[in-house]
Design a protein around this ligand. Structure first.
Ligand code: ATP
Ligand code: MG
Length: 228
């Protein structure tokens, strides 16, 4: 029995309105449960690819199916629904500094209309998971860079997504803190969440193995391989 890939691409191409071709013909399958590192030089197309996985930008040509959604033809409501099943972590975490840690992490659930009685225990649970349950009522500016990034992970996982997309989540962190952030993502992956992470921190692969997909100038370079 063959398993339908979580994300399927065929000859996927992206040209920005500026005329820049960021991705030129990517054919790749990502299956449920994989931990995928997207690597490649600056400008290779890593962020562009991740952005397409949550409908931030649409393919110019080729096919892209994400969790059974055709990303070329999907309407706005379908894309919104897909995003509810997707956790997104950015390099600069994008926390709301005027809101408490609790409010930041609760945001994806508020969007989904969760009632407060359910919301509070869930937010506590995910913050406990990243070791920040005691910082519920802090504001992000009172946290260190690594702690802020852990809040961003908690926010990405709070709605129990089937996939987490992370764009250089360790880019601003020291080696030890980066490893700890990776520990959380790996643990989530072991629980079944697919993780796709763009990174320049190749040393992380030694301690946290995964599937490596290398991009070079908008194309797949050297196929993809597994570091076990
Ligand atoms: N919004 C945009 N409009 C036009 N061109 C863009 C846009 N975003 C990215 N590009 C271009 O597309 C190419 C791929 O960019 P992308 O951000 O995907 O690279 P990246 O691999 O994530 O690089 P980095 O490692 O520096 O983050 C680059 O040439 C970039 O200049
Ligand atoms: Mg990038």
């Amino acid at each position: 029995m063959s398993i339908t890939p979580l994300i399927q691409m065929q000859r996927l191409m992206l040209r920005y309105p500026t005329g820049k071709t960021a991705l030129s013909g990517i054919t790749l399958d990502i299956t449920q449960g994989q931990f995928v590192y997207l690597i490649g030089e600056s400008g290779a197309g890593k962020s562009s690819l991740l952005r397409m996985f949550y409908g931030g930008i649409r393919p110019t040509s080729g096919t892209l199916n994400v969790q059974q959604t055709d990303m070329r033809s999907a309407g706005e409501s379908k894309v919104r629904e897909l995003r509810r099943r997707t956790g997104i972590i950015f390099q600069d975490h994008r926390l709301l500094f005027s809101r408490t840690v609790f409010e930041n992490v609760a945001l994806p659930l508020c969007v989904q209309g969760w009632k407060t009685e359910r919301l509070i225990p869930r937010v506590r649970k995910v913050l406990d998971y990243v070791g920040l349950a005691d910082r519920l009522w802090s504001y992000p500016e009172a946290l260190s860079g690594g702690e802020q990034q852990r809040v961003a992970i908690a926010r990405a996982m709070t709605a129990n997504p089937s996939v987490i997309l992370a764009d250089e989540p360790t880019g601003n962190l020291d080696v030890d803190t980066a490893r700890r952030v990776l520990d959380y993502l790996t643990a989530l992956n072991r629980l079944g969440t697919t993780v796709i992470m763009a990174t320049h921190d190749l040393h992380l692969l030694e301690s946290h193995p995964g599937r490596v997909v290398q991009l070079h100038n908008g194309s797949l370079a050297g196929g993809s391989f597994e570091i076990a």
